[in-house]
Ligand binder design. Structure first.
Ligand code: NAP
Length: 267
């Protein structure tokens, strides 16, 4: 039986992925910092998605702390067996113009979104490579494809994930291990609700009034991408084009964004 480990599995996209894998009969390990939402998520997977209680394991750990996440993943493996699929969904966003963002907030986003992913991958990769099987799915963002006003740290962390995933993909395939990186758009989750309240006006202007995706729809596309062994997982035509042709259209996008921001400031 497949063992799927999901960081950030107690909420949002991570929990939606857990629900899909539960329906497919997978064993599931969910990791996050707070215990109560993890317990709630585990109960929901049993009651609503038909998972067996003994096939679900929860661990509290901060992905930014390498030793903590390494030990937590070690306990997941002890409980439910070797990891077949790792999903790194744990992430935070704290939008603010760079000059207003504390260095602690900047670091928190880099250390959770980027380093936290690297730590989780490091905890499963050697065993996957030794067993010559397994798949790693990183959750980047549309903000990993284009720089957005007010998102200096978040964009940097999500762009970095793409570089990490690209390099790791080329190494991992020599060991029979798959790697995917996904770039979700705005998605209805607790994180999105918090973020939208803090989003700078300039960012709202350039992002436009696009309806957010549901976490379930994003999760379905990710699972389909993993099953199809796709490296990049895009959502919608705009993000696909940005992902594939971003550098070529960059000057045009910058021009359009700059004009929209200037207008929103009455210049
Ligand atoms: N929602 C969007 O619009 C959107 C768009 C593109 C990409 N994404 C990305 O998708 C991923 C999931 O986001 P979401 O919207 O589903 O957020 P969410 O509903 O807030 O869920 C985030 C999950 O990550 C956990 N988490 C946060 N910091 C952690 C840490 N340091 N260590 C361990 N676990 C941690 C949270 O639990 P605890 O707080 O208990 O730790 C929670 O389980 C993130 O990487 C996000 O950047 C989201």
């Amino acid at each position: 039986m497949t063992h799927v480990i999901i960081t950030g599995g107690s909420s949002g996209i991570g929990l939606a992925l857990a629900s899909l894998y539960a329906v497919r009969g997978a064993r599931l390990s969910l990791i996050a910092r707070s215990r109560d939402p993890l317990e709630l998520a585990a109960r929901k997977l049993v009651a609503k998605y038909g998972a067996r209680a003994e096939d679900i394991h929860i661990e509290t750990a901060d992905v930014a702390r390498e030793e903590a996440i390494d030990s937590a993943i070690g306990r997941c493996v002890e409980a439910l067996g070797p990891c077949d699929v790792l999903v790194t969904s744990a992430g935070v966003v704290e939008p603010a113009p760079f000059e207003d963002m504390s260095s602690a907030a900047f670091r928190r986003q880099m250390e959770t979104n980027f380093s936290g992913t690297v730590h989780a991958v490091r905890a499963v990769y050697p065993d996957m490579a030794r067993r010559r099987t397994g798949h790693i799915v990183m959750i980047s963002s549309g903000s990993g494809l284009i720089g957005i006003y007010g998102y200096t740290s978040y964009c940097a962390s999500k762009f970095a994930l793409r570089g990490f995933a690209e390099a790791l993909r080329s190494e991992a395939r020599c060991h029979g291990v798959g790697v995917s990186v996904s770039f979700p758009p705005d998605t209805e989750t607790p994180q999105f609700e918090r973020e939208i309240a803090e989003r700078p006006r300039e960012a709202s202007v350039v992002m436009g009034a696009v309806r957010p995706w549901s976490a379930e729809a994003v999760a379905r596309k990710i699972v389909k991408g993993v099953e199809g062994k796709r490296f990049e997982i895009y959502f919608g035509l705009t993000l696909f084009l940005l992902g594939r042709f971003g550098p070529a259209v960059r000057p045009l996008v910058d021009w359009w964004f700059d004009r929209a921001i200037a207008r929103s400031r009455g210049r």
